[in-house]
Design a protein around this ligand. Structure first.
Ligand SMILES: [Zn+2]
Length: 544
């Protein structure tokens, strides 16, 4: 207990309940071999969700589901494509062909609930595939892409600043920051809306925010989606990625220069053009429907008038399960991602349950299938257990700081809501500062569970660890983050390390506890900033 106390530990009631030893213990259990990488609907799910439920019970939390349980069922469909699939691209005139092999050169899947899906269609390059009226940008220019396979670049168009071409124009696609137009989900949604037969994204490590290995491991094997009424038929038949090298070869085969075309695509006047090639691919799929589960516990608010309003803390419990072996290990332990967040959630649950409760109620929601495309949080947002209009705020944890104390914390999408003011006030008490995301180009705002809450109007806070470490030189934190992304992110090696130092995590949890307490005790609930893209949604829900 004593070792978790920092200089600020005693400031708020509940803060001394956050304990680094127990935090590490719980991360150890959740990331152990026994938990098999915590894949949804596996033995790992059973162990993980039972473990979380048990902790909630021990802490005296009430069942978070009004049906009297700690679980919310999340029905999903799992689709596994046969890895023998081959993507063949044939040049229309010469008949020259390029064979791409599944996993190494491309990955592809379908969101349609069908055992066999085939495409044999013309390829068309659509640049960044963006339609953004607010930036007067439309890559399609009315060109009919129905029935075609779109080849598209990842991220949003990197438009240079007219006054300083070494920088990106802040007025278009938020400069260096990734907007939703840059995300792969957007590309596939747009392709579907345009009636395309398929959509292949050209991978590039920097603009995507992660290397090919991440694309490969997260898109091969069983792919999940929420069970949908239309059985996924409104999606394109095939979605996928191809490596940059193969894309270059493909373009070269048809006499085109990918690099030159990439440059040409960074222009409002860009028009899609056919690649004079056809793509054919058949996916044989194994289908099954499964039920996974969100786990939810509640600390009831003290104020009879306000206890029907809620602050939600979330942390996804799932990780990648068992997968391809790397350095002799095939269990994807996910110690940082996100055993740490779940362990943090349990510390927060302890901190709220062991002291007199705040005025509003607090929900602790550990969601499933984040790694499958934020599905558990999407399911909750679409089937909320408590009215969203009475959900004051959502605070997400995905990957705690395991490297020691920091003088700062980061907020992805800083300035989006008044939650940032609460965070700044609490951080000031810890003599720490709140900074905007250091890597806005990676689009982290759209990459974790809080996004599904923001989408439905609930002010959502996505705080991430700081980079300015006490006792370390400038740049060390970012370097360590880069190293984690390159070496351990979504690999079996995301494990507890001897050099871990959880004192920073304890301070971050105290901070998040402070923010939640402030919100839960305040007269009024947080609001979106006037210029936030999520404000309209909230306004439609009526006053709290
Ligand atoms: Zn995660």
């Amino acid at each position: 207990m004593a070792q978790s106390k920092s200089s600020t530990a005693a400031k708020h009631s509940g803060w001394d309940q956050i304990d680094s030893t127990r935090l590490l213990e719980n991360i150890k259990i959740l990331s152990s071999d026994q938990f098999e990488g915590r894949a949804p609907a596996s033995k790992g799910e059973e162990l993980t969700t039972t473990f979380i439920e048990g902790k909630f019970k021990d802490l005296g939390l009430k069942p978070g589901n009004p049906d009297g349980t700690y679980f919310q069922k999340v029905p999903m469909v799992g689709i596994t494509a046969d890895p023998s699939a081959q993507l063949v691209v044939t040049e229309t005139v010469s008949g020259q062909a390029l064979n791409l092999s599944y996993g190494d050169d491309f990955v592809a899947w379908t969101k349609r609930e069908e055992p066999d899906v085939s495409i044999d269609a013309e390829l068309i390059f659509v640049g960044y595939g963006v339609v953004a009226p607010e930036y007067q940008w439309d890559d399609f220019k009315g060109v009919d892409v129905k029935g075609k396979v779109l080849v598209v670049l990842i991220n949003d168009p990197p438009v240079p600043d007219p006054n300083d071409p070494t920088k990106l124009d802040e007025k278009v696609f938020k400069g260096k920051a990734m907007t939703y137009y840059g995300r792969w989900t957007y590309k596939f949604e747009t392709a579907a809306a345009k009636g395309a037969a398929g959509c292949l994204i050209i991978h590039q490590t920097e603009p995507a925010g992660y290397p090919w290995g991440v694309v490969k491991t997260s898109n091969t094997g069983e792919q999940f989606d929420l069970v949908r009424a239309d059985k996924g038929m409104s999606r394109t038949a095939v979605e996928g990625w191809i490596t940059y090298d193969k894309a270059k070869q493909l373009f070269a085969m048809t006499g085109k220069d990918l690099e030159a075309l990439q440059k040409a695509a960074v222009d409002r006047n860009f028009r899609p053009f056919p690649l004079d090639a056809r793509a054919s691919l058949t996916l044989h799929n194994r289908l099954r429907t499964i039920d996974s589960h969100n786990v939810i516990g509640k600390v009831e608010g003290a104020d009879p008038k306000l206890r029907d309003e809620y602050v939600i803390y979330t942390a996804h419990w799932d990780h990648l399960g068992i997968g391809p072996e790397v350095n002799g290990d095939k269990i994807y332990h996910g110690a940082v991602d996100n055993a740490s967040g779940v362990a943090g959630l349990l510390e927060l649950a302890g901190a709220f349950s062991k002291v007199p409760p705040p005025r509003r109620s607090i929900l602790f929601l550990s969601v499933t299938a984040e790694e499958k495309g934020l599905l558990g949080s999407q399911y909750y947002a679409e089937h909320p257990l408590y009215p969203l209009s009475r959900t004051s705020a959502e605070i997400n944890m995905d990957g705690l700081n395991v490297l020691g104390r920091t003088k700062d914390v980061e907020v992805i999408g800083l300035g989006m809501s008044t939650l940032d003011d609460d965070l700044k006030a609490m951080a000031a008490e810890q003599h720490r500062v709140v900074k905007p995301d250091a890597e806005p180009e990676k689009g982290f705002y759209y990459r974790s569970d809080h996004f599904n809450f923001a989408k439905v109007g609930v002010p959502a806070l996505d705080m991430s660890p700081g980079v300015d470490f006490v006792g370390k030189p400038a740049g060390w934190g970012l370097e360590m983050r880069r190293k984690f992304t390159a070496e351990d992110y979504h690999k079996p090696s995301d494990q507890i390390r001897p050099y871990w130092d959880l004192r920073g995590a304890v301070e971050d949890l105290q901070l998040l506890h402070g923010v939640g307490s402030r919100v839960a005790n305040a007269q009024a609930s947080p609001t979106w900033s006037p210029n936030s893209e999520f404000k309209t949604k909230r306004d439609g829900q009526g006053k709290l």
